[in-house]
Design a protein around this ligand. Structure first.
Ligand code: F6P
Length: 542
């Protein structure tokens, strides 16, 4: 980029590049306190980053000059900021308080949002108190939630994260993949009479979701149910009411959502219905409250103390200046084990783009590869590369401080590992330190010299540590909204549209053509490799 703010950051990068975080910590006793910010029950310690105040200021100026504040306000106000699809971007309206107002085409969408929430509340209460029953008069014990991408990941990871809040009487099973093993495994253990199906698809055109729903409908009818019983068991969440009714879903069983909610930002809408079924409406509502807290923080806090802004600019610092290609999320929480996969869609589908708002091809890298997994498991697997590999991977360590169990020793071990990893990544271990330790153990000098080369840990590897007071429904909502807004901040700095996803379309079109070939419905022209794969498959499966 050629703008002045970007060039200032480039200059800061050249100044900071030679410095080691060990020295930065040694030179400033207050470093941890200086680079720590608290909000919404979080403590973000970002002192283990390759920054000082001057470089951070340059990054914050870049955010300001890129228009983060005005674009943020435009998003919250419902302006059309998704230009390639000519849509407002209003997932934040889904968590507005009753009585608030956000206008889209002259309509206050907050009223529609709360009407739908009321419908969810009523429905969930009826399922939980047993007044809503299956076709043989039995109460529901299981829910099969069918959806993929944003119509799956959010509900799945929130339900998983809120395990301590789960209702005993109802079990929610998520099915996303069109791989028939999944749906058949899930259905095999269920009784159709006591199973509710929630099919979630914003577009109502997603192949995987439609196929899994059709298979489930066949299974349901094979149980002895009549066609008219479908209305008692099949619910749907979609913005495409016409297609849903055409498919056979009764109109009163359709929970609406709207064009101005992106799939990967939709768990706050009726797409969250399986969450409410799993943990109760009040806990779902608390998730929304937590997101609203983060919205308020993002909107009203100066950039220098603004959590999404800090995380966002640090990500830009590493992606565009240090050349880091990936970013790892390390929740030290079994219940947050799905969070990296959730952020993977949120971040990579939003910011994996190559065209600017001015319709020009951009040459700088955007959205990093997001990956990760729960700690401490990763320490016994991929952390090796993070410590010693030649690839620098900036990391977010996430730890809920209060556990939902009483095994305090476990929790102390979990936390000690989390903190120690950030320390090891930051300080590393010099060859001299390693050699001295080996010599002290009686290893001979030549051997110590040699071994020190293998044991050397460069350190200077950046990480953020995000402490959560606890993994409550409310704070989980804040956590997810924090990452949504981080992605937004980065999209603004990169001058891209974070809210379309054209890159997934070609695969869908070609997938349908290949399916025609596999089912012998057509002979599309295919390259020789794809044709060979089709022929090999058809030799076994016809
Ligand atoms: O193919 C990508 C995608 O459109 C995602 O953006 C979306 O979350 C997912 O598929 C599911 O879409 P739908 O809710 O319309 O079925």
């Amino acid at each position: 980029m050629s703008n002045q703010a970007w060039q200032n950051v480039e200059q800061e990068y050249n100044r900071m590049k030679p410095s080691h975080m060990r020295d930065l910590f040694a030179a400033d006793q207050n470093r941890a306190a200086t680079f720590t910010t608290k909000a919404c029950g979080f403590t973000l310690d970002y002192s283990k980053n390759r920054i000082d105040q001057q470089s951070l200021n340059a990054l914050l100026s870049l955010a300001r000059d890129s228009g983060v504040e005005s674009k943020r306000d435009a998003m919250f106000a419902g302006e059309v900021i998704n230009l390639s699809e000519q849509r407002a971007v209003l997932h934040t309206a889904l968590r507005r308080a009753k009585g608030d107002s956000v206008l889209v085409d002259g309509e206050n969408v907050v009223d529609e949002v709360h009407a739908t929430l009321a419908k969810i509340k009523q429905f969930v209460a009826e399922v939980h108190n047993g007044t809503r029953q299956g076709y043989t008069g039995k109460t529901f014990t299981d829910v099969v939630a069918i959806g993929i991408g944003g119509s799956f990941l959010g509900p799945k990871i929130v339900t998983e994260a809120l395990k301590p809040y789960q209702q005993k009487a109802i079990k929610v099973h998520f099915v996303a993949n069109v791989d028939g093993h999944h749906i058949t495994d899930v259905l095999a253990k269920l009784n159709a009479e006591t199973t509710l199906i929630v099919m979630s698809s914003k577009s109502f055109t997603t192949q995987e979701t439609l196929q899994n729903t059709l298979t489930t409908r066949e299974w349901f009818l094979a149980s002895g149910a009549k066609f008219t019983d479908i209305a008692k068991h099949f619910m749907c969440v979609s913005s495409n009411i016409a297609k849903a009714t055409e498919f056979g879903i009764a109109e009163e069983n359709i929970f609406p959502m709207w064009d101005w909610v992106g799939g990967r930002y939709s768990l706050w809408s009726a797409i969250g219905l399986p969450i409410a079924l799993a943990v109760g409406y009040d806990n779902f509502s608390a998730v929304l409250d937590g997101a609203r807290d983060m919205d308020d923080h993002f909107q009203n806090t100066p950039l220098a103390e603004n959590l999404p802004v800090i995380l966002g600019v640090l990500g830009v610092w590493y992606s565009n200046f240090f050349g880091c290609q990936s970013h790892v999320l390390l929740p030290y929480s079994h219940y947050l084990r799905g969070f990296p996969a959730y952020v993977q869609q949120l971040d990579m589908e939003s910011n994996g783009k190559r065209t600017s708002h001015e319709d020009e091809e951009i040459e700088y890298s955007t959205g990093p590869i997001i990956w990760g997994g729960e700690g401490t498991n990763g320490q016994h697997a991929f952390h090796q590369l993070m410590h010693q590999g030649n690839t620098v991977v900036p990391a977010d360590f996430i730890l809920p401080v209060k556990p939902a169990h009483d095994e305090i020793e476990h929790h102390q071990m979990l936390a000690s590992n989390c903190f120690a990893q950030t320390q090891a990544l930051m300080q590393g271990e010099t060859r001299e330190e390693i050699k001295a330790a080996l010599l002290a153990k009686g290893v001979d000098a030549d051997e110590a010299e040699k071994l020190a080369k293998h044991k050397f840990m460069p350190g200077n590897r950046p990480s953020n540590t995000l402490l959560m007071d606890e993994l409550s429904p409310k704070q989980l909502g804040s956590l997810i909204a924090l990452y949504e807004h981080k992605v937004f901040v980065q999209g603004v700095i990169w001058n891209i549209n974070s809210f379309d996803q054209w890159g997934v379309e070609l695969g869908k079109v070609l997938g349908n053509r290949v399916l025609d070939a596999l089912q012998d419905k057509a002979q599309p022209e295919l390259d020789s490799s794809t044709q060979q794969l089709v022929d090999m498959f058809r030799a076994v499966i016809k």
